[in-house]
Design a protein around this ligand. Structure first.
Ligand code: PXG
Length: 289
């Protein structure tokens, strides 16, 4: 595998970072996960825009322009010669000393990996996931805004551990007020009486690019879409449920906290949105030529 290390293409064995990098020492950095389908990097510009917004929010200066970052990403995919896969783009505060002062980091540092990702087994896409709400709360915006896609994923990892300890594949995180937020790396949607509903961003969730795509596709297909504050009751009494994310794509949920959702099989609207989503993955984005 060829890795882009701060603008240089190097073999995987040589792609190493300093132990003094603050991304590693403090989780001080931001990242994006991006998919490419048939040589089309899906919504690359939107991912890059979110990356720069995350960086701005934590006062991290990315050394290259957004246009150059798009070029570097395309270059990395091309160098690996794969048509379908997954990109991990990471920007760290860079090398500093053993103190958390970010001013000690002279320059931020980035790397791009273009490889493969499989989050859930194929069977889950056909028969649905069983998920659980967990005690670990989504971090509050006043502490670390969930809109920032930072390298601090411990909150989500703790939630994932809790879910897997209970034999569930994925966790649903609740916010400080007790409302539904999101999964550990995915947004959540339900369908109730034909309406597609997802937690409002004010519940403290990442503005997912797959979330946006699915909402737009639903509207185009004539399905009403609502972003609102949701409780666990809304989840338990939903007709259908699914998660969305770059890695997970659109994945049906059939059980939440041991309650069967709808018929216990992935619903018709979920399947339709899965199909519509796959239909646009090769068209919206930046082509690798
Ligand atoms: N919420 C959180 C907390 C996320 O981390 C999403 C929602 C979905 O956003 P997008 O823009 O991808 O639709 C994410 C994204 C992984 C992985 O390795 C996780 C994400 C993306 C790519 C890979 O599990 N999370």
């Amino acid at each position: 595998m060829i890795i882009n290390l701060n603008g240089k293409l190097v073999p995987q064995e040589l792609a190493v970072v300093s132990v003094f990098d603050h991304g590693l020492l403090y989780g001080d950095g931001v990242f994006e996960g991006i998919r490419f389908y048939g040589n089309n990097i899906f919504k690359l510009e939107e991912h890059i825009a979110r990356l720069y917004d995350s960086a701005k929010a934590i006062m991290l200066n990315i050394t290259i322009s957004m246009e150059k970052m798009i070029e570097e990403t395309v270059k990395t995919v091309k160098a690996n010669g794969i048509a379908d896969g997954y990109i991990r783009l990471v920007v760290t505060r860079g090398v500093g000393d053993l103190g958390l002062d970010p001013k000690k980091c002279k320059e931020s540092f980035y790397f791009v990996i273009a490889g493969k990702i499989t989050l859930y087994p194929e069977d889950n896409y056909i028969n649905g996931l069983s998920i659980t709400t967990v005690a670990v709360r989504r971090s509050v915006a006043e502490a670390l805004d969930p809109k920032i896609k930072s390298l601090n994923y411990l909150n989500n990892i703790m939630a994932k551990i809790e879910a897997t300890n209970h034999g569930s594949a994925e966790a649903i995180m609740i916010n400080q007020q007790g409302y539904v937020a999101e999964a550990t790396g995915d947004n959540i949607f339900i369908i109730k009486k034909g309406i597609l509903i997802t937690p409002d961003l004010s519940a403290g969730v990442l503005a997912g690019i797959t979330r946006d795509t699915v909402m737009a596709l639903a509207k185009e297909a004539g399905i009403s879409v609502e972003e609102k504050i949701m409780t666990r009751y809304d989840l338990y009494t939903a007709d259908e449920c699914f998660l969305t994310g770059t890695a997970a794509e659109v994945i049906p949920v059939v059980k939440i906290d041991a309650r069967t959702i709808g018929s216990g099989k992935p619903g018709a609207i979920t399947k339709k949105l899965q199909d519509l989503f796959h239909g646009v993955t090769k068209t919206i984005g930046v082509k690798v030529k």
